[in-house]
Design a protein around this ligand. Structure first.
Ligand SMILES: [Zn+2]
Ligand SMILES: [Zn+2]
Length: 119
């Protein structure tokens, strides 16, 4: 196993101020993605880097060292039914998606995410 881990940057949006952020995921094993970094990113940069395009599937977890949302310090993330990712404080049960504006109840766990390759 000399393969270096696959790394993907997922474009997310802050639930607080709706600003974009990038979340870095590493594939720990087949279909197991660990989010271990988050950073503020400009929408234009995200598009240019392709963060909004490719897709990763499988189980998503956040590393203990995940640094929180760079905009509002939310500790977690969720994936909306529209397929986009947003930051989440980890406590609110009812959330409003900063991408599509839908309000919904959070349940279950994240199953797939979209992101650009950053290897
Ligand atoms: Zn946030
Ligand atoms: Zn949505």
């Amino acid at each position: 196993m000399s393969q270096s881990p696959k790394v993907v940057i997922v474009l997310a949006r802050c639930s607080g101020n709706r600003e974009p952020l990038g979340i870095r995921f590493e594939e720990q094993a087949a279909g197991r993605w660990l989010g271990n970094w988050a950073f503020a990113v400009k929408a234009t940069t995200a598009k240019k880097e392709g963060y909004d395009r490719s897709e990763i599937r499988g189980g998503i977890e956040l590393a203990p060292a995940y640094p929180r949302c760079p905009h509002c310090q939310a500790a977690s993330i969720y994936k909306c039914g529209c397929g986009q990712v947003a930051c989440w404080d980890g406590e609110s049960r009812t959330v409003t998606c900063p991408w599509c504006g839908a309000t919904g109840e959070l349940r279950g766990h994240i199953a797939s995410l979209s992101g650009g390759s950053d290897v």
